[in-house]
Design a protein around this ligand. Structure first.
Ligand code: BTN
Length: 243
């Protein structure tokens, strides 16, 4: 069965706590696959690992899309969605995006966007995307963990949404090989020194050089003893050490 395309129905809010929070509530209430929640402004925007996500009103794409059901064919969804975001950005402005595993979108080494997927398998996933569209350099908070940037080039947030939902349709349905190949092509970590810490899994802590993405979508890191580690995105917190 062909899944419902993303973008309809759409609920838009001028101000909301978090589009992901609203998306979760709608998913729990049975909203159909394809439903999208957008907002001009979030008062409690969520990032990964319990962080916050903020953006000046009207200057970022703040979007959460419901996918249901959530099957084994979506195992690489956390890598597929950032690919859709990269293509969205590149369709609107003369830019080339890279990806910092698992799902940060980078432009010129700075963070352009992020993805937060919250799921209740096998029923649904809420795919949250934040994409900095028209934020001036002076508008980013000074204390960001990683420098941020914005698409600019006169791009409109509504155009970014239209481009994103179209590309989500393709990437959410993409097969594993295509996702791994395209993510590898955009991999900003390959060859760079990274450190990881366990984030609830069995991965422990360690350091080494990133050596690409494996077929499970895990990050491969080679340590000083030449041992290869396959790190799952839910299991580790990662830091780039030579950035
Ligand atoms: C990250 O990089 O940590 C992920 C950031 C995801 C932010 C988006 S903005 C729209 C959606 N609603 C939220 O509360 N979070 C996501």
């Amino acid at each position: 069965m062909k899944p419902q395309s993303f973008g309809r129905p759409r609920r838009h809010y001028r101000v909301i706590d978090s589009t992901n929070e609203r998306g979760r509530a709608l998913a729990l209430a049975g909203a159909p696959s394809g439903t999208v929640v957008t907002a001009d402004e979030q008062t409690g925007g969520r990032g990964r690992r319990g962080r916050t996500w903020s953006a000046p009103p009207g200057k970022a794409l703040l979007c959460s899309a419901i996918l249901r059901p959530l099957g084994s064919e979506h195992a690489l969804l956390p890598l597929a969605v950032p690919l859709a975001v990269c293509e969205t950005a590149e369709s609107l402005a003369p830019v080339e995006c890279e990806l910092k595993w698992p799902n940060d979108i980078w432009l010129d080494g700075m963070k352009l966007g992020g993805v937060l997927i919250e799921a209740q398998p096998p029923e649904w996933a809420v795919i949250g995307v934040g994409l900095n569209v028209a934020i001036g350099p002076e508008e980013f908070p000074a204390d960001l963990r990683h420098p941020a940037t914005s698409l600019r080039h006169g791009v409109a947030v509504e155009d970014a949404l239209a481009a994103l939902v179209e590309r989500l349709d393709g990437w959410v349905a993409a097969d594993r090989e295509r996702v791994v190949a395209e993510f590898s092509r955009r991999d900003a970590l390959r060859g760079r020194r990274v450190e990881w810490q366990s984030a609830g899994g069995t991965a422990g802590a360690g350091a080494g050089v990133a050596d690409g993405i494996d077929e499970r979508g895990n990050l491969v890191v080679v340590d000083e003893e030449d041992e290869r580690h396959s790190l799952g995105s839910g299991e580790v917190q990662l830091a780039v050490r030579d950035a």
